[in-house]
Every structure is written in C-alpha cells, then in structure tokens.
Design a protein around this ligand. Structure first.
Ligand code: SF4
Length: 243
C-alpha cells in the first residue's frame, strides 16, 4: 500500500512500511488493549495546583520519593498562599533536607510559580497549555500532566515511558523529540482516549515494556508491535534525536 502522510506528520523515518490509515487502526487497537490491561479505576482528576507542584518535584526523581516529599510539603505549608509567602531559601532547604535533587532550582520554581498563579491568575492554575508553560519549571510534559491529571482534560503527557513505548510500537519515528511523539499520538489516537495514554503506558512501561529487556513474550500488544518482530530496535531509538 502506498505510504501516505497526515498533515505535517511524515511517515519518513519509520523503520518499516505502513500507510497512515493502517497505523491509525493499529494505534486504536493498541490503546483499547492498554485500557483493558491497565484500567484507570476512576479518572484521577485531582487538584491542579497540587498536581503542578508534584510535577515540579518529580523531575528526575523516583515516584516513591516524590510522593513522600510532596505529601510532606503540603502537610507543612498547607496551601498556595503559604507557599507563595515562603522565602525561597527556606523552600530550597526543605527540599534539600528531604532528598530532592535539583533542590535549588525546584525550590525557586515552586515559590515563584505559586506567586505568579496568585498574582496573575487569581490563585487558580490556568487550564491552558500555553499559559501553563509560562510558569517557571513547567515544560510541555508538566503542562500536559496538569491538564490530564489536575483538570481531567484530554491531553497526552509524553514522559520517558510514553516516549519509549510509542517508538517501540512504531507510533512515532524512532529518533524524534518527545514533543513530536505527542504530535503523532494526538493524530493517531481518538481524542476521547488521550487521557488514558500516559497512565496506561506508564503502567505498561514499569511492568512489561521495561526500558531494558522488555517482556515481549508476556505482552498483550505483541501481535501489534513491530519491536517484537525485530522491525524496530532499541538501537534505532537511541542516539541523537531530531525534530
Ligand atoms: S511487544 Fe515488547 S516492545 Fe512491544 S509493547 Fe510489548 S513489551 Fe513493548
């Protein structure tokens, strides 16, 4: 079948041949299986501000440590007003004492982002990706996490698991940047299912499609996965990313 592209997204760079329509059908099946194998019991719609602070702390941190520090931070400081009033040095010391890496930068981000939300957004976290990305410490991944997990909006945060699994599954070319992976997923997956993608792929990435030695023999996506057929390799994915 002839290769076709979708909009600005190209099928060039993939290591195997498949039309856009075939890719789309495969993507839908993949998400359906992931939703069944990693169900989201209830949509985890939380507090956008707490989700945002969690995301700042979590950068380059293990989940368990992040969660403990995040809980402790809100136990100690309580709310956005208190956090915004906290001297940056004090927040930095709190993070440092609780084993947070990049404590200096993150302490500043937490206090300054809180001050900006209070001053410029009336104390409410903005529900717009571009506004969110203006806040210190909030890149595209965190902004999408706040939208998906804080507000319950359809968004696809691309973290390390989503990036790796999407490329192994051939839903994005192996060498593109995470922002580009998001573009491919948004195009291939029906919008009403976006909110499940991060959650399901993170679970899948921790249990089955692990960074090293993925357990393809046990994977329910095996039949739909070019990696399991040797058509995509980790060697294809590693190396310099390009746009
Ligand atoms: S078949 Fe292997 S590479 Fe493909 S999604 Fe499953 S575990 Fe990952």
């Amino acid at each position: 079948m002839a290769k076709t592209n979708s909009g600005s997204l190209s099928l060039d760079g993939f290591t195997f041949q498949e039309s856009w329509e075939e890719k789309k059908k495969r993507a839908e099946k993949i998400v359906e299986i992931l939703m069944k194998t990693h169900p989201r019991e209830k949509l985890l719609i939380g507090d956008p501000y707490r989700t945002l602070i969690h995301c700042i702390i979590s950068q380059r941190m293990r989940d368990e440590v992040t969660y403990k520090v995040w809980e402790k931070l809100f136990e100690k400081y309580g709310d956005i007003e208190t956090i915004a009033r906290t001297p940056i040095e004090e927040m930095q010391t709190f993070l440092k004492e609780n084993g947070v890496g990049l404590w200096k930068t993150k302490g500043e981000w937490i206090v300054k982002a809180s001050q900006i939300i209070l001053k410029e957004y009336g104390g409410k976290v903005p529900d717009d990706i571009h506004e969110l990305m203006k806040l210190p410490g909030i890149g595209r991944k965190c902004a999408n996490i706040v939208l998906a997990y804080g507000f319950g909006r359809q968004a696809i945060p691309v973290d390390t698991h989503v990036n790796r699994i999407s490329k192994r599954l051939g839903l994005a070319p192996p060498r593109v940047q995470p922002e580009r992976v998001e573009d491919y997923l948004r195009e291939l997956i029906p919008r009403e299912k976006w909110i499940y993608v991060n959650h399901a792929m993170v679970d899948h990435g921790k249990t089955i499609c692990r960074p090293i030695k993925p357990r393809c023999d046990e994977c329910p996506l095996r039949e739909l996965c070019p990696y399991s057929k040797g058509l995509v390799t980790d060697g294809d994915i590693k190396g310099s990313s390009k746009k």
